[in-house]
Design a protein around this ligand. Structure first.
Ligand code: MN
Length: 317
C-alpha cells in the first residue's frame, strides 16, 4: 500500500502505555485512496492519541466489493509492511526480485531497511470482493540502514483452545510461534471464535495490546466490539478473556511499547526531517537505493510535495 494522504501533523499522545490495563476505543477514519472509483480505506493507526501499539505504527483496513487494487511501484524506508488479505489474492512485486501472490492466511512481510520499492495488484476475477489489512511495523533505530528483504510464510502456526483458532502471523501466542522476522517483541494474530464460546488468550504482560474485529461481535474487557474501531487495551495483562454470542473474527496486535519517537511521512519511517527529505529526493531522482520493480516500465508513484514545515516526531506522552 501507498499513502496518498501525507498529513505530517505531529502527534503528542498521552502515554497510554504507562497506565496499565485500559479499554479505550479508537474510531478508524476514512481515508480516500484516489483513483477512478474513489476507494477509501479505514485507518486505525496512527492516531493523535495512539500513534503506535508496540512497533505497529500503521493499520489500514481495506474492504472492496470488486478486486481492482492497482498500486504502482513506490518506496519504503525504516519499516516492515505486513499485507494480510482477508479475502482476495494480491500479487506483490518488489525491487529485491520478489514476485509472489499473497493469499488469505498467508503472510507477506517486507523489511524496507534503508530502502525498497514494491507494487501490489489484485489478480483474478474482478467481480470478486477483496478485503484485508495493511500493517506497518517501525524498525528500531539501529536497524534503519539494514539491507531490504522480503519473506513469505505460507504455513503459519495456529493457537487453539476450545472454540478458538488464532493464526499467529508475527510473534508468539501460547505454543504457537511465527517464523516471521520481528525486530522488537511483537504479536499479531487473526482469531476466530465460535458462536456461544468464551476463550482466554495468553498475553505477554509487558506488551501493550489492541483488538480489532473483522466480522461479528466480540465481548472483550466489558466492551461489545463490532467491526470498525480499534480497542486499545494497554499493558499489564497476562491474558484476555473474549466471548461471542454469534461468532467473531478479530485481530490482536501488541508489542513492547516502542521506546523511540518516530517520524512518519508518506511511505517512510525515520527519525529526522533530513532523513525523510533525502529518501524523497532519492526516489524522485530514481536512485539505485530503491532499485527497480520489474514489469512496470516507467510507471511509478511520484512522491508528494513535502509540507512547508519541518517534520516532527510522533511522540508518546
Ligand atoms: Mn507499500
Amino acid at each position: 500500500m501507498t499513502r496518498l494522504d501525507t498529513d505530517a501533523s505531529e502527534t503528542i499522545g498521552r502515554c497510554l502505555a504507562d497506565q496499565g490495563p485500559v479499554a479505550r476505543l479508537f474510531d478508524a477514519r476514512e481515508v480516500p485512496l484516489g483513483g477512478i472509483r474513489g476507494n477509501t480505506v479505514h485507518r486505525s493507526l496512527p492516531q493523535r492519541q495512539l500513534p503506535m501499539v508496540g512497533a505497529w505504527c500503521f493499520l489500514d483496513r481495506f474492504d472492496d466489493d470488486r478486486a481492482d487494487m492497482r498500486v504502482l511501484p513506490h518506496p519504503h524506508i525504516g519499516l516492515q509492511t505486513v499485507t494480510w488479505p482477508v479475502a482476495g489474492d494480491i500479487r506483490h512485486r518488489d525491487s529485491v526480485g520478489s514476485d509472489v501472490v499473497v493469499r488469505p492466511r498467508q503472510l507477506n512481510i517486507m523489511t524496507a531497511g534503508r530502502g525498497i520499492s514494491h507494487s501490489e495488484f489484485s489478480i483474478g476475477d474482478h467481480s470478486l470482493p477483496m478485503s484485508g489489512l495493511q500493517l506497518w511495523t517501525a524498525l528500531p533505530g539501529d536497524m534503519l540502514s539494514i539491507d531490504p528483504f522480503f519473506e513469505q510464510h505460507t504455513e503459519l502456526p495456529v493457537f487453539t483452545s476450545p472454540g478458538l483458532a488464532a493464526t499467529v502471523f508475527v510473534g508468539t501466542m501460547g505454543d504457537a510461534t511465527s517464523d516471521a522476522t520481528a525486530f522488537t517483541p511483537l504479536i499479531g494474530a487473526d482469531a476466530t471464535l465460535q458462536a456461544g464460546r468464551t476463550a482466554s488468550l495468553p498475553l505477554d504482560s509487558t506488551f501493550e495490546h489492541a483488538v480489532m474485529v473483522i466480522e461479528g461481535t466480540l465481548d472483550v474487557s466489558g466492551v461489545a466490539l463490532e467491526p470498525g474501531p480499534l480497542l486499545y487495551l494497554g499493558t499489564g495483562r497476562d491474558s484476555l478473556e473474549v466471548s461471542t454470542r454469534h461468532g467473531s473474527r478479530f485481530v490482536l496486535l501488541g508489542g513492547t511499547p516502542f521506546a523511540e519517537e518516530i517520524i512518519m511521512w508518506w511511505n517512510f519511517v525515520g527519525r529526522t526531517h533530513e532523513e525523510i527529505v533525502q529518501a524523497r529526493e532519492d526516489w524522485e531522482e530514481h536512485s539505485p537505493r530503491f532499485g527497480t520493480v520489474a514489469g512496470h516500465g516507467t510507471e511509478r508513484i511520484p512522491a508528494p510535495p513535502l509540507p512547508n514545515v519541518r517534520l516532527t516526531p510522533r511522540r508518546r506522552g
